[in-house]
Structure formats: structure tokens, C-alpha cells
Write a protein that binds this ligand. Sequence first.
Ligand code: QUE
Length: 347
Amino acid sequence: MGRDVKLVSRYRDGMSLIRTSVANGVGEVILDRPKALNALDQSMIDDMHAVLTVWADDDSVETVLVTSASDRAFCAGGDIRAIRDHAVDGDIDAITHYFHSEYRLDQLVADYPKAYVSLIDGAAMGGGLGISVHGEIRVVTEKALIAMPETAIGFFPDIGSTYFLPRLPDGVGMWLGLTGARIRGIDAVAVGLATHFVASADLPDVADAIRSGAPLADALATSGTDETSDVPLRKIGEYFADDNVVAIVGGLRGAVGDEWAAEMLALIENASPTSLLVTAAMVKAGARSGLDECFDRELHAAQRITTTNDFLEGVRAVLVDKDRNPHFDPATIEAVDPAVVATIVGD
Ligand code: QUE
């Protein structure tokens, strides 16, 4: 245990934004950057990759448990503000390094040779899903709030989501990716993003049972709920099974009097038109690609899209000035040059 703590803390001279421990065969990573809702900065990505790499070959670790020190968030995403600063500074190498190391961490989670358990008792968005959804067990509570919100900031759903989104039930991946809709824990179980539901009040006991080294099936024996998901799977299949954004928007506009369709249309109209087209193309391409290929395509697209005005403007409006009034250019899907989308996606 001391060895692991040293390895991680050496990087930040005792100031790591993750905390780690090993006991009873369980290696725990606590995400500990509560002021930024545990948004993953470069040091957290590096520290988490380092400790997971050590534990993969450490016989005293059988299970990895990932939890949060924030009572509001599991992890709000990547360090998008820092990426924007790098873009403003023209530091493309720092952007490439960030996404390369983030996706390498997500890939390690996907390939992890041991049980990997995430406890999601708050917001888990974007990069927060990258370090959880690719793992074997994702426990959510009624406080979980799950989304891929990137189209609102002029980015696109990355972190390997172009692999898992197209593998969700009909239209669900395109729906989540285009609209950035936030879903609840029970909904995440219903669509397959989460594997277990536990009441938030019971989560400390479940966490302690896992920490005590109990078999996961026993520790999770109390999971489940009478609640049901209200995600409208039939409508999602109807409106979002197409990979053509113009057709999707046309369908939603034609759904006069349907409050849900109007809500989804409003989310799409709030997003960057370029991001919408990039997202649809990436999710479509991801359906026919392995995870490695999806990460390669995402890295290419992330490098390109972060230099666009829409990304600078989207992050400014949502995270920097917080006026939530971005001026995307072009302002309509119809006005986006398909060649620009093709250059970003790279296929
Ligand atoms: C899209 C995103 C992110 C986002 C909002 C979006 C994202 C992210 C954060 C975030 C939220 C709160 C914080 C913080 C970052 O918001 O990736 O530091 O305190 O990290 O619409 O992709």
C-alpha cells in the first residue's frame, strides 16, 4: 500500500487529486477534486493510469473500486477549460497529450484484467463515463445524473463513447450524443450504461462490503429497485434511429404537440451545428469499428475540433462566462460545409 501511495504522490509531491489505498484485495481510487466536480485534469489522468498499471500486476489487488470524495459528482468530465486555454495559446501538443493520455486511461479500464467497480452517486458526464462505463461494474443511485453533454460546448462525445453509444438500444446512443440529455441512474441501468442500482442511503454499506473483500455478488446482493425508467425507448427508436441529423431534426419538428420531442429539439438547437454533424458521423462510424479504432478516430477529431471557433465559443459560454449563450458559426446544420465535418472526422 505504501508503495502505491508513493508512486502516485511522487508525481504531485503529495498533492495528488486522487487518493489511493489497498486493503483486503481491494485497490480503491477516490477522485478528490470536489471543487471542480472531479473534472479529470492531466495529473489525475496520469496518477490514475499509474496506479491502475501497478495494480494490474499486483497479486494483492483483486478488485479495483473507484469512488468520489464529492457528494455532488462522480466526475463532471475532462479538464475542458484547460484544453480551451491550450487552444487559445496554440499549444496543440498539450491538447494532443491530454486526449492521448485520457483515452489511454479509458482503454486500460476497458482492458482491465481484474474486477473494476465504479460507484456513481452524483453527476457522471463525458470523461467521467470514460473511467466507469468501460469497466465491468457500474453502480448508480437515484442521485446519479448521466450525460454526454459535449455538443453544447462545440465538442463531440469522445472517451470511447463512439464505441459504446452505437451499441445501446435503437437510437439511444444517437439521442444521448446529439442532445446531451441527462438521464437518471435507473435510466442508465435500463439502457445498459450502468449495471446495478443501489439506493444512495445504502451505498456506504455496499462500498464497505466491497472494501471488506466480500465477493462482489454478495456486496451487491441488495441492489435493485421497484422504480422504473421513464426513458421513452419507443420514441427514441422512432426519432433517433436515423443517422441523418437533418432528418432527425425534421422528425422532431414535425412532432407537433409532443412535449418530449419539443424538449429534445430545444437541446439540439442549443448545440453547435458542426458538433451535431460530427457526432452523428462519429457514432455512425463507431458502430462498425472496434474500440481501438474508435479511440484513434476520436483522437483525430479531438485534435481538429478543439482548434475551431465553435469549441472556444462553446466552452466560453458554458464553462468560462457561463452565459449559456454561445454564438456558433455556422448557426444552422444546413449551413455546415460537409467537407469541414469530413476533415474533423477523418474517415
Ligand atoms: C460539456 C462538457 C463538460 C461540461 C459541460 C458540458 C465537461 C466538464 C464540465 C465541468 C463541469 C463543472 C466543473 C468543471 C468542468 O462541464 O467535460 O471543472 O467544475 O468537465 O456541456 O464536456
